[in-house]
Ligand binder design. Structure first.
Ligand code: NAD
Length: 247
């Protein structure tokens, strides 16, 4: 599906991002994964190489909320690979504090990673894609971007913004043959969900019509489709991958 493509996946060291990196590699792409620190990037690369030594995968750990750091990272990728066909803005953190306990600092942190990093990476990659005749930007939204969430208000707020950026950039960048879409995962078995109270997870899973929690690979498969030429007329879409569950 992705033979010859060069992809960047932020938050690629574990969970949904790691599964997406692996799926893209299995589909023939060369991938640069981003993580938050050197050690987690090294661990992810080692694990991927153990799975398949032929994978063409490297890693970087720019500060995604700092445009200079993002520019340096993408410049180095262009120097190495000559182009970037696919960007997956996946790095994200969640929140579940009540409004009464929610600090302004915590709100800033979530906005910096879940929104500003998406802006920074999209802004920096788009000119390269345009110059190369087009590309694909994919964002990780969430089902809370549809329903909201009864705690941790910064998290659903950030994902509503991701949807807004997805739809707006799709309209702006279509003329440059850059497609922009998002996947809105439901409850997916990753560290992010492992941090939730067991009671809450059980309650959420009980009303998922497909009767199970999603796996990171369920989201990776959706990303691979949206990144591929099979999705050549799809842009501005927010694809729910949630087993029809609601939170
Ligand atoms: P995870 O915690 O397993 O992985 C998060 C990734 O983000 C990691 O690779 C980590 O290195 C990266 N990251 C965290 N802080 C960072 C920082 N400051 N700078 C750079 N990178 C940083 O989480 P996940 O469940 O795989 O989440 C991935 C995406 O999926 C997030 O955007 C999340 O909001 C979204 N999502 C997850 C679920 C779910 O149920 N797991 C549901 C809906 C949406």
């Amino acid at each position: 599906m992705l033979n010859g493509k060069v992809a960047v996946v932020t938050g690629g060291t574990r969970g949904i991002g790691y599964a997406t990196v692996k799926k893209f590699l299995d589909e023939g792409a060369k991938v640069v994964l981003f993580g938050s620190k050197e050690s987690s990037v090294a661990k992810a690369l080692e694990s991927l190489k153990n799975e398949n030594n032929d994978y063409e995968v490297t890693g970087l750990y720019p500060d995604l909320s700092d445009i200079k750091s993002v520019e340096e990272a993408f410049d180095s990728i262009i120097k190495e690979y000559g182009k970037i066909d696919i960007l997956v803005n996946n790095a994200g953190i969640s929140a579940r504090e009540s409004l009464y306990d929610y600090t302004s600092e915590a709100f800033d942190n979530i906005i910096d990673l879940n929104i500003k990093a998406v802006f920074n990476c999209s802004k920096v990659v788009a000119p390269y894609m345009k110059e190369n005749g087009g590309g694909v930007i994919l964002n990780t939204s969430s089902m809370v971007s549809i329903y909201g969430q009864p705690s941790g208000v910064g998290y659903p707020t950030s994902k509503f913004a991701v949807n807004g950026m997805t739809k707006s950039l799709a309209r702006e960048l279509g003329k440059d043959n850059i497609r922009v879409n998002a996947v809105a995962p439901g409850v997916i078995r990753t560290d992010m969900v492992a941090a939730l109270p067991e009671e809450m997870v059980k309650m959420v899973c009980a009303q998922i019509p497909l009767g199970r929690m999603g796996e990171p690979e369920d989201i990776a498969n959706a990303f691979a489709f949206l990144a591929s030429d099979s999705a050549s007329f799809i842009t501005g879409a927010i694809l729910s991958v949630d087993g029809a569950g609601m939170c």
